[in-house]
Design a protein around this ligand. Structure first.
Ligand code: GLP
Length: 261
């Protein structure tokens, strides 16, 4: 995988937004897989700025969700559907019909998971999937020991992830759902380009394990090692545990700028 070390989260956002804009120039109706959490927000801000400046055209773009809480009432502001509508769909001027997501309110959750995997395939597959990383190494909501071949399914969150995400629920872990729907690792690996963004010291150990550790279900993000086009964008703090940081810097510096990520 390619590791790009950027000075800060704004630079990471700009780099990835430019990759998305470039993809949309080649394929105007590209399906962009978007992630939630705080980390990807600079990407969405940079892409929206490009749209306003006429440097990116999202008029035919489509977006899809990576994961979703199970059991939050429809329209809950912290359901990932609401978050993606607020942070991505609206700022990019997309219509709701250009947006695919799993149904976290479904009574038959297993059927909703199957339906979502099918919908992604029928949409032609994900062109670029943006990922964050949990402090426990999860991608989407694939917690440690998720099958590396898993499909979209229901998962139970670890205590660590519920603690991490309580900040979106007034700091009250009691409000954080226990169950979620997540694209499986096998589903995620079908996207044509995977881009993982990690910023801040709290992610440094998870990033090092994912990039330099062995491929292991214990560190779901290490599955990116299996993908032929995976890019890991990290700021200096998130890169601070990487043994090969200097090599990654030198490799990227030597790359022709027109090549992108
Ligand atoms: C949640 C999401 C992940 C995200 C992670 C990290 O668990 N399901 O997709 O990567 O949070 O979030 P943050 O970027 O806020 O640290």
């Amino acid at each position: 995988m390619e590791v790009v070390i950027v000075p800060d989260s704004a630079a990471g956002g700009e780099l990835i937004a430019e990759a998305m804009a470039g993809l949309l120039r080649q394929k105007p109706d590209a399906l962009l897989g978007v992630a939630t959490g705080s980390t990807p927000l600079p990407v969405y801000e940079a892409l929206a700025a490009k749209v306003r400046a006429g440097e990116a055209d999202t008029s035919r773009a489509r977006v899809c969700q990576l994961d979703e809480y199970v059991g939050l009432p429809a329209g809950h502001p912290e359901s990932y559907r609401s978050v993606v509508l607020r942070e991505v769909v609206e700022p990019l001027g997309l219509s709701e019909s250009a947006f695919l997501g799993p149904d976290g309110t479904a009574e038959d959750v297993a059927a909703a998971c199957l339906a979502y995997d099918r919908a992604l395939a029928e949409a032609g597959g994900v062109d670029l999937q943006l990922l964050g990383i949990g402090t426990d190494g999860h991608i989407g909501f694939n917690e440690p020991c998720s099958s590396l071949a898993s499909r979209t399914r229901i998962k139970t969150l670890t205590e660590q992830t519920r603690v991490d995400n309580a900040r979106f629920f007034d700091g009250d872990i009691g409000q954080v759902p226990h169950h979620v729907i997540t694209q499986g690792i096998g589903t995620i690996l079908e996207a044509r380009h995977l881009v993982l963004l990690a910023t801040g010291e709290a992610k440094a150990d998870a990033v090092a394990l994912a990039v330099e550790g062995p491929l292991s279900a214990l560190v779901p993000a290490s599955a990116l090692q299996l993908h032929p086009h995976a890019t890991v964008v990290v700021d200096e703090a998130a890169a601070s545990s990487l043994k090969l940081a200097d090599y990654f810097r030198a490799t990227y510096a030597a790359k022709p700028s027109w090549q992108g990520i």
